[in-house]
Write a protein that binds this ligand. Structure first.
Ligand code: AMP
Length: 126
């Protein structure tokens, strides 16, 4: 399966430093920053530094080191913001919108971390 990565997508520009961001955590393999249009008191995006379009692309093409590094960064954000239920935090929702039906707007793999209040139903009923 081939994926066409768009080097001009907004997250690629953030990674190149062409667009500012409010960084929460910057590690070797991933960058976490505040969503520009927050849907919850805590709304952080975590993106790998490599050019991956979506989760499937990332999982199939990234190295194990990149994949572990990415999820360690997600975990680091939860730790930094005190969200982890096992450590007294109130929890969070992690979302990866993927492709057309997933309504993914930015074609660079990312997860949303939403927290700071009960996030509500998983999806709207049809
Ligand atoms: P998605 O629909 O999963 O692709 O989500 C893309 C997210 O990127 C949205 O929640 C936007 O608010 C967010 N976003 C777009 N541009 C920026 C930006 N320059 N800085 C931070 N977040 C952004």
């Amino acid at each position: 399966m081939a994926y066409d990565y768009d080097n001009d997508n907004i997250f690629a520009k953030i990674l190149r430093g062409e667009i500012p961001n409010r960084t929460v955590l910057d590690t070797g393999h991933a960058l976490a920053f505040e969503d520009i249009s927050p849907r919850a008191p805590v709304h952080v995006l975590v993106i790998p530094k490599g050019p991956y379009v979506c989760f499937d692309h990332f999982q199939s093409a990234a190295t194990n080191e990149e994949i572990v590094g990415f999820f360690e960064t997600v975990r680091g954000v939860c730790e930094k913001l005190n969200l982890s239920p096992g450590e007294g935090g109130k929890g969070y929702r992690m979302i990866a919108n993927t492709g057309r039906d997933g309504v993914q707007e930015v074609p660079h793999f990312h997860v949303h971390i939403l927290a700071g209040r009960p996030i509500g139903p998983m999806v709207m009923a049809v």
